[in-house]
Design a protein around this ligand. Structure first.
Ligand SMILES: *Cc1c(COP(=O)(O)O)cnc(C)c1O
Length: 739
């Protein structure tokens, strides 16, 4: 499946090319995010240079680039280091064996089955800030899991040079984020070169003047992710900025982004010799990829209708949100401007093309979700409830069909367990009580029954340690803010950033993108009641908030300001904190370290939500409005739920009151009800139930297997039948015997 071209296509020569020979494998390992979910990989880099690991913010490329040559030479002769190096390298190489994994064991011709996965964002690691939130982490977790299972998948996305919004809050609580330019040399990404060693580059001719696309590769275990970069000097200035940053508000620029991602993305895979038979569109943004696949078939002599049917039969589309802003709509004139000369090459008329993007309930332009739904045979929502909501939203696309017959299935999201489990919890406690191979078998529910065997005090004390680490991290950030505060520091700001947090206090966490449907200020509905809950001298409570608002979203910035002002407000005694700059690293600390994960979206807007799964997996139960995954996840024992009030003017007040009441009547007393051994056994019961529910049911493994069994398998069959027909032979044997 990997063509010769791909094998010879290498990253541009970089600083790590001349590591000492004996340890030169570190280069390949550092450029493979494998280390991010294999603790032994991280330990090896730490062993090499503990301080450098810390100062590089856990980024091995940066660490190695900055390392003294002499130190590397010394390591290459140090028998202690070399023993570890050889052992970790062997594990790494074993993992990278392309024929290992669940998929290859179940498919007779795995080399003929490859998936191209397109997404506008990927959340993989904090050193690669190409994400806004949940959609990106879902995609990142999915790539890692496909690698673990051996599902042959290549990803396509964007390299956003200014992807990272460094969030800073002004003293009056206004987010004044600055875009941080990605330090490409020190990121675990490699620029692709052609056979002559020059930067690989292709053109998207649909645009005038044409755009040159360069490509970066992120190696995610066995999965290759190609990131498109438009910033080449050869491009016109207005084209260089196309992939500057995520989700620009300018619609024309957004359309140009989506053309580059979809059409450019397919061309890149073609040029790289990356053959695939199934296309998976993660949300509507990359849906133009379908057109380029059709064009390639038409170019080979097929008519549009047949090409369309074949492409449709091998395309999967996942819709991720009922929020209107999540569905791009483009004016027809804008499409005419870009697609006028392209459509004839597909043998497709303007009318038919525009019809493909028509929203049957609102004719406001070309709707990318409608287009993606019409152009794919397999479509899904991301939770059971979201499936119902999506079928209702798009029912008119299938006139005459009843709601239940609308062919939008659901596959509930899941999280990549090796990435989100705390290392100590997984490597020490789970290994001891669930069995040494628990991680390899983590989608088997019987393993998770063993959670009951963990002694209560062991889990409780482990969690206390995690909470201590979170608070320590927050205080360190607060201290740095204080150090950087300049000549006229404002003590309230430092207090707001969490300096007064106390590890013995019941700690609620609310961290996610600030978007109005997620209602980040709901807990602040009744400040007086909240104050009494937090300042109870006998059983105090504290809340840690974190999250970024989108650049152009003034309303969300106002919500953030309200939260920040509450954190500054003296009446809460420093028990409300807002921690700046929420990213993957802070998310790790938070989902491991708070006591309760709070989620209070406006139903049914939270299609799934995944941060609560990460928390539950680590024994941090959720307190959530019943929406998204929680409708499936909540079982009465593994956390707390609020039904959510009917629509009406006092909906927020009612929902907030229901949450306050749960805190006042159940949650706080359960947490503080400790026995003589210092452990709240009732609380640990809830922690264990949280782990037992989310471990087997809300993992990316369960999810990736579902995508394979429900969709990919059928898509591969369709593709293979077409291939055999082309070669005028018969499909001799079903290659999917096992799955
Ligand atoms: C998991 C995750 C998200 C998604 O959180 P939701 O609660 O599903 O919105 C957002 N940001 C980061 C950094 C995450 O790790």
């Amino acid at each position: 499946m990997i063509s010769e071209l791909t094998l010879t296509m290498q990253g541009i020569k970089d600083k790590l090319a001349d590591l000492p020979e004996r340890i030169s494998g570190l280069r390949e390992m550092a450029y493979n995010l494998w280390w991010s979910w294999h603790p032994e990989g991280r330990e090896l880099f730490k062993l090499l240079n503990r301080q450098g690991w810390y100062l590089s913010n856990h980024n091995p490329i940066k660490m190695l680039n900055q390392m003294d040559k002499g130190k590397l030479e010394a390591a290459s002769r140090d028998p202690h280091f070399l023993r570890h190096y050889d052992s970790v390298m062997a594990r790494f190489e074993g993992y990278m064996n392309p024929t290992s994994g669940w998929f290859c064991a179940n498919v007779t011709e795995p080399q003929k089955c490859a998936v191209a996965y397109f997404s506008a964002e990927y959340g993989l690691h904090h050193a690669l800030p190409f994400y806004a939130g949940g959609l990106g982490f879902l995609a990142g977790d999915f790539l890692k899991e496909c690698s673990d299972l051996g599902i042959p998948l290549v990803g396509v996305g964007f390299m956003y040079p200014q992807g990272y919004l460094r969030q800073m809050i002004s003293p009056d609580g206004w987010q004044v984020g600055a875009c941080e330019i990605l330090d490409r040399e020190n990121a675990p990404i490699q620029k692709m070169a052609d056979l002559n060693g020059d930067p690989f580059s292709i053109k998207v001719p649909i645009m005038d003047p044409p755009i040159n696309l360069e490509v970066w590769k992120v190696q995610v275990g066995k999965t290759r992710l190609y990131l498109i970069d438009t910033s080449s000097e050869a491009n016109e200035p207005e084209n260089r900025v196309i992939s500057d940053r995520l989700y620009t508000g300018d619609l024309e620029r957004r359309l140009r982004q989506e053309i580059v991602l979809g059409i450019g993305g397919v061309r890149i895979l073609e040029a790289m010799g990356e053959k695939f038979s199934v296309l998976h569109l993660n949300e509507g943004h990359p849906a133009f990829a379908v057109l380029e696949r059709i064009r390639m078939k038409v170019e080979q002599g097929m008519n549009y209708r047949d090409a369309f049917e074949q492409v449709k039969g091998t395309t999967v589309f996942t819709t991720h949100t009922p929020v209107p802003a999540g569905h791009d709509v483009f004016a027809h004139q804008l499409l005419d401007k870009y697609f006028g000369s392209y459509l004839p090459t597909l043998d497709l008329s303007r009318e038919e093309f525009l019809h493909q993007g028509e929203n049957p309930v609102r004719s406001d332009g070309f709707n990318m979700t409608a287009f993606a739904l019409r152009s794919s045979k397999y479509h899904n929502a991301v939770s059971k409830k979201h499936g119902e909501v999506s079928r209702k939203m798009w029912q008119q696309l299938w006139p005459g069909q009843s709601l239940e017959e609308v062919p939008i299935d659901y596959i509930t999201n899941g999280v990549h367990v090796p990435s989100w489990i705390d290392r100590r919890l997984g490597d020490v406690i789970f290994k001891r009580y669930l069995g040494r191979t628990w991680l390899e078998e983590h989608d088997q529910s019987r393993i998770w029954e063993m959670v009951d065997e963990i002694p209560d005090d062991e889990l409780w004390r482990h969690h206390y340690a995690m909470k201590g680490m979170l608070i320590e991290k927050i205080r360190e950030r607060a201290r740095n803010k204080w150090l950087e505060a300049g000549s006229d520091p404002n003590p309230n700001i430092v207090m707001a950033s969490g300096i007064m947090l106390d590890p013995a206090t019941l700690t609620l966490g609310f961290a996610r993108r600030f978007a109005s449907y997620k209602r980040p200020t709901l807990l602040l509905q009744d400040l007086n009641r909240l104050k009494n809950i937090l300042n109870n001298p006998w059983r105090p409570v504290q809340i840690i908030f974190a999250g970024k608002a989108h650049h152009d979203d003034q309303q969300s910035k106002m919500l953030l300001q309200q939260v920040f002002n509450a954190a500054k407000n003296q009446v809460f005694g420093g028990r409300v904190a807002f921690v700046e700059d929420y990213d993957e690293l802070l998310a790790q600390y938070m989902v491991h370290g708070v006591d309760v994960w709070v989620n209070n979206p406006l139903p049914p807007m939270e299609a799934s939500g995944t941060s609560g799964m990460k928390a539950s997996l680590n024994g941090v139960p959720q307190l959530s409005i019943l929406d998204g995954w929680w409708i499936e996840g909540y079982n009465g024992r593994n956390g707390w739920s609020v039904s959510g009030a009917e629509e009406g003017p006092d909906r927020d007040a009612k929902d907030a009151a229901a949450i306050y009441e749960l805190l006042e009547k159940e949650i706080v007393s359960l947490f503080y009800d400790v026995d003589e051994d210092g452990v709240s056994h009732g609380w640990v019961r809830v922690m264990k139930e949280a782990i037992k529910m989310s471990g087997p049911n809300f993992s990316a493994r369960r999810m990736a297997k579902e995508y394979t069994e429900k969709f990919y398998r059928k898509g591969f069959e369709t593709a293979m039948k077409a291939d055999y027909r082309k070669e005028s032979g018969e499909l001799k044997q079903n290659p999917f015997g096992g799955i």
